[in-house]
Design a protein around this ligand. Structure first.
Ligand code: HEC
Length: 170
């Protein structure tokens, strides 16, 4: 009798373990989330939806409201999504497709003035690192978006660093 009970318990445990394994496999096999469309509106909606200010990490080594330079603002807080974070930490030289850097630009009195974003989109603009550029007012109003010449021109100084200023990717 005891033997039978032990066998039943063992069987149940094994089936549970197997079920867990199957579930994990299914989860791993799920297709990746759809990429965010390269548009100012879609990108803003995405930023709000993922709640980047609480869910994303800041640029490694940077804290909130660090000192910035022209033209971005006196104080900056820069967030990166998980894709970008991994490549920055891994010193990958470049940020992979799907990377998003969202930088909040504050006035000296800590009032939010604008949010500037770089979003790497596959094949979007090969001459300039495939970055989609966007600038928003604090309420989300789009002030610039797309292959913004002004952004690209200045960030081209950092072409060897994938157009990124904040830290070395190498
Ligand atoms: C005149 C030069 C200049 C222009 C124009 C410019 N940037 Fe920047 N950007 C910088 C500098 C310098 C930094 C590093 C932060 C700092 O010190 O201000 C930076 C940082 C950034 C970052 C953080 C990632 C990084 O590259 O370090 C983003 C995102 C960004 N800029 C977006 C934009 C967007 C979008 C525009 C256009 C609307 C723009 N920038 C225009 C100079 C510029």
């Amino acid at each position: 009798m005891k033997k039978i009970l032990v066998s039943i318990v063992l069987l149940v445990c094994m089936s549970l373990a197997f079920y867990g394994f199957v579930l994990a496999q299914e989860k791993a096999a799920k297709p990746k989330k759809e990429a965010v469309e390269a548009s100012g509106t879609a990108l803003w909606d995405h930023l709000k939806k993922v709640d980047y200010t609480t869910k994303w990490k800041m640029w490694p080594g940077k804290t909130a409201l660090y000192k910035g330079t022209e033209p971005h603002g006196a104080l900056l807080t820069t967030y990166v999504n998980a894709t970008a974070l991994k490549a920055i930490k891994g010193k990958k030289g470049k940020l992979p497709v799907g990377s998003i850097i969202a930088k909040e630009n504050y006035m000296p009195d800590k009032k939010l003035a604008a949010i500037t974003v770089m979003y790497k989109v596959k094949g979007y603009n090969p001459e300039a690192g495939d970055w989609f550029w966007a600038k928003y007012a604090p309420d989300g109003k789009i002030e610039a978006e797309g292959k913004v010449e002004m952004c690209i021109k200045c960030h081209s100084m950092k072409k060897d660093n994938d157009f990124v200023y904040t830290g070395s990717l190498i």
